[in-house]
Ligand binder design. Structure first.
Ligand code: HEC
Length: 270
């Protein structure tokens, strides 16, 4: 039995579950001691992770996963397939109960990065399906099939057409939609009111030395619209700021980037 074990602020883990096992939360994460004290007596047998990775601006939330046992894709037989909900990366490691070496990268979602896929399952006919959440501009969730590249042309991606249609039909974004998009995608760093104090701000500062912008300062109010839009579309690094500010152009349509640009520009000067 395998699990993707979402961590606290720094590490994600993949664990092989054993009867009576103790997975060391919260005093040890990713094989490292945390600021929590280890209890004087530990219940059960301690187990470190099979695989672990550190948060970046992109990789932040592990999603398990299934041990694939099937004939359709022999190259994946006996491998645990898992991924990261924020970056949209899929990996595979051999499903043996010992610490893995570097996982094989199976794929990287461009459309759904930071939109969140939520599960990976094997069907009785040995296909691998992935569930993906909806968003403000594409309210339908999707079920897609993971297929090796050589087979991609012949494989069907269930639901993709339906979502494309929903996106084109939606007219302009309402103020409520824009605000919802901001809260969903930006507030974890910039804060719900845009003061640079979201729940991830302290962690970004500690790990990457980056402080999410406060959109109410005179310095921000003095900025040019085009430069702000570019930071949102292409990421902080494209405008000489921290790369902790992710690029959003592969996730949003132009109109959503325009709307978010106005949203942060319209936050009042203080
Ligand atoms: C993972 C954290 C994170 C997320 C999520 C995030 N940002 Fe940022 N953002 C940052 C950081 C950190 C900076 C500051 C970079 C610097 O000053 O070096 C920044 C900078 C910016 C800037 C440039 C500000 C300036 O001074 O020119 C804009 C505009 C911006 N973010 C908008 C957004 C919007 C809109 C979203 C949501 C779609 C968003 N950010 C999501 C971390 C984030």
């Amino acid at each position: 039995m395998w699990t993707g074990d979402v961590g606290s602020t720094t590490w994600e883990e993949v664990n092989a579950i054993e009867k009576g096992g103790n997975y060391q939360f919260p005093y040890d994460e990713g094989g490292r001691k945390t600021t929590w004290d280890k209890p004087a007596s530990v219940v059960g047998a301690e187990h470190g992770p099979i695989w672990t990775y550190q948060h970046t601006a992109y990789d932040r939330s592990v999603i398990g996963g299934t041990v694939y046992r099937g004939k359709r894709w022999p190259q994946l037989d006996g491998k645990y397939i898992f991924g990261d909900n924020y970056s949209g990366t899929f990996w595979a490691i051999p499903a043996v109960n010992r610490r893995a070496s570097t996982p094989l990268v199976l794929g990287q979602a461009d459309k759904y990065a930071q939109r969140g896929f939520t599960s990976i399952v094997q069907t009785p006919d040995d296909r691998i399906l992935v569930t993906i959440m909806g968003s403000s501009s594409a309210p339908n969730g999707e079920i897609v099939e993971l297929v090796p590249k050589a087979h991609a042309a012949s494989a069907s991606i269930a639901g993709a057409g339906a979502v494309a249609a929903a996106v084109t039909e939606a007219a302009t974004m309402s103020a409520a939609d824009v605000n919802q998009s901001y809260v969903t995608n930006c507030a974890r760093c910039h804060g719900e009111t845009g003061h640079g104090d979201g729940p991830d701000a302290a962690m970004l500062k500690e790990q990457l030395g980056a402080a999410p912008t406060n959109f109410h300062t005179p310095a921000f109010k003095a900025k040019d619209r085009a430069e702000i839009r570019k930071a949102i579309a292409e990421g902080g690094a494209a405008v000489g700021l921290s790369e902790a500010m992710p690029p959003w152009s592969s996730l949003f349509e132009d109109r959503e980037i325009d709307a978010l640009t106005e949203h942060v520009r319209n936050m009042p000067a203080e």
